[in-house]
Ligand binder design. Sequence first.
Ligand code: P53
Length: 477
Amino acid sequence: MGFKKDFLWGGATAANQCEGAIDVDGRGLANVDVVPLGKDRLPIITGKMKHLAFDEEHFYPAKVGIDFYHRYKEDIALFAEMGFKTFRLSIAWSRIFPNGDETTPNEEGLKFYEEMFKECKKYGIEPLVTITHFDCPIHLIKEYGGWRNKKMVEFYQNLVTAIAKRYKGLVKYWLTFNEINMILHAPFMGAGIVFEEGENEEEVKYQAAHHELVASAEATRILHEVDPENKVGCMMAAGDYYAYECKPEDVFESMKENRHNLSLIDIQARGYYPNYLLKEFEQKGLNIEITEEDKKVLKAHTVDFISFSYYASRVARAEKEELTAGNIFESVKNPHLEASEWGWQIDPLGFRITLNTLWDRYQKPLFVVENGLGAVDTPDENGYVADDYRIDYMARHIEAMRDAVEKDGVELWGYTSWGCIDLVSAGTGEMKKRYGFIYVDRDNEGNGTLARSKKKSFYWYKNVIATNGEDVAMPEI
Ligand code: P53
């Protein structure tokens, strides 16, 4: 019953949202460094506004992040205190290959993650490594146009070969691209794409996605070759679309939205393009170059497991109406659900539904690698955050996940909550949108000591892990 004995409980981060130290130890500049806080962020991450360098008028939160680069030992000790079995982090590509197209990796970059993995192992924590979490060396964007160029596949393979060899025996769980479907919503952040005047944006996005898919399959091949023990997963931003009403037109719309969202992992999981997507290319006149050799690679190297983020469910409606505010993923408002302060619709049962959708569709083990509540935390006079709202959100989601496993028979390897320590928001660039069990003293403008402190949820999650997810109530502390 319940979660399996060796269920991997833990937390998740991404290099660009926590490390800072962007010009230290030979690291090169990346797309994620130059996305600022504020109103220009959305046009920049969606590739509508070209912005490849720093300027005076914007604030760049990634420059410092939460200074994880210098403080990771302290932070991993706190994760260990909560009982983490796994820790999800990403590798900053430009630490390993500062420009992206070099032939030999940067030793200092390799060393940094090696030390970090050893620090995890010290506590029996299994690293879960995202190879690419939205980042791309700026040089590859300027020189080659980012993932629109097929040469990226080669550069990515160099990265994967270097890290697969170096971290053999230290890392077993790998994810190729974070939220691969994000390329369709935020192509600069997802793939270093800046659109040019008058081009067919959809065609560019799908061509870039195709290159990422081939690169992902090649990464799977390399990781399996270097160590047959390696487990490689795809990763998507999930959350089922419901039909707004039971009228067939709304149901049809929700089917289309779900397919659109799942299309890329369909390919990573099954090894071929689904007919519905090929038909869509045809009908829209999109000319996507897919070679016979690419098809062979996709077919031969499918993923071992399916990982995903889940924050909210979504709604589809034949007539587009009121959309939820200011998000990369726009969705029709669901009148039956409450939303977070950022308009993300809170739906624990939707989590169970999404888990079932993915399990039914692929019949491969699942791994929840992001879930959580982005909220404003206000420390009391002692600096303590009593985040009952977060505990409530997470408790209800963990219960729903347990139902999916216990009552529905979904095969699930683990759960890493997003932003287990407060970090910079990917969508907005804010510090104010916090997810952590650990509070970090830093605000949107960069004020604060960066000191860490335990929130109420820290003690709660520790108990969840200690009881293997059986007890989600708040314990006495
Ligand atoms: P933030 C949108 C929708 C779903 C997932 O997001 C998303 C986004 C991006 O805003 O991204 C994932 O920080 C992503 C993380 C990100 C997290 O969700 O905008 O993998 O990097 O931080 C939460 O609240």
